[in-house]
Design a protein around this ligand. Structure first.
Ligand SMILES: N[C@@H](CCC(=O)N[C@@H](CS)C(=O)NCC(=O)O)C(=O)O
Length: 249
């Protein structure tokens, strides 16, 4: 049996899968995709994953894409150390959070990530090179065109911060409802797993003030998760943007 994970170390979507991997105690073959040479846009990568993004999981030849789909797949195929709910209503609550994360915070966190760090990768490109790079993207073509080699517009930046604020407010309210330790209740599930990379990235970008005062229970949730072995294994050195881009980091 082989499980191969095509990934970038700093990718929040990869971190969802890593957290699941280590919570479940699975061994993966690690295949780092080279973002510098845009290996994720090579025909060999696009054939299994036409979206041209990481992660991609290959399990004994079967290709599984989309991080939350991968997390659910792993939990179904390897039921030990379950990260799902045992009954349909609980499972529906978990999936409700997953869809919300995919629609609201996951796209939103890209905006400050690129504004503060990731756009630096394109600084030395000529305008023509950048235009070509954006044109060659798969599902991210319009995203890179909006970024425009520099920063997102003020309006798009404000919208993304607003979406992130809504997320921490909703999570804070859910955790505060009955003092529950995890989003759905007493058990850590894939909903917590798919939230953590956004919250950890927000902290890496210095945005903790968005929950620290208003929602200390979000800090409590973060600290509880950060104390787990799976967290330490997932966030190895150079998984955070500050470690990659700030020489002092
Ligand atoms: N919905 C997808 C999104 C994957 C995604 O956006 N991956 C990012 C890294 S977190 C990526 O590969 N970006 C390529 C790029 O920006 O050039 C998932 O959850 O797997």
């Amino acid at each position: 049996m082989t499980l191969t994970l095509y990934n970038f170390s700093q990718s929040t979507c990869t971190q969802n899968v890593r957290l699941s991997q280590w919570e479940k105690g699975l061994a993966f073959e690690d295949r780092t995709v080279d973002h510098k040479t845009r290996e994720h846009l090579y025909p060999a990568y696009l054939a299994p994953n036409p979206n041209g993004v990481v992660p991609t999981l290959v399990h004994d030849g079967a290709v599984i894409i989309n991080s939350s789909v991968i997390c659910e797949y792993l939990d179904e195929v390897f039921p030990e150390n379950s990260l799902s709910m045992s009954e349909p209503v609980g499972q529906a609550h978990m999936r409700k959070w997953l869809r919300y994360f995919e629609e609201v915070p996951t796209p939103a966190i890209r905006v400050p990530s690129f504004n503060q760090y990731l756009a630096r990768r394109y600084e030395t490109m000529s305008d023509d090179q950048y235009t070509q790079m954006a044109e060659n993207q798969s599902i991210r073509k319009h995203f890179y065109q909006r970024l425009g080699k520099n920063q997102f517009s003020d309006a798009e930046t404000r919208e993304s911060i607003d979406r992130l604020q809504q997320t921490v407010d909703r999570v804070g309210a859910a955790l505060g409802a009955d003092g529950r330790p995890w989003l759905i209740g007493d058990r850590l599930t894939i909903a917590d797993i798919c939230l953590m990379p956004t919250i950890d990235r927000m902290a890496d970008l210095g945005l903790q003030s968005m929950w620290e005062e208003a929602h200390p229970n979000v800090t409590g949730w973060y600290d509880r998760f950060a104390a787990r072995d799976a967290f330490a294994r997932t966030y190895y050195r150079c998984t955070r943007l500050t470690e990659i881009f700030d020489s002092a980091g």
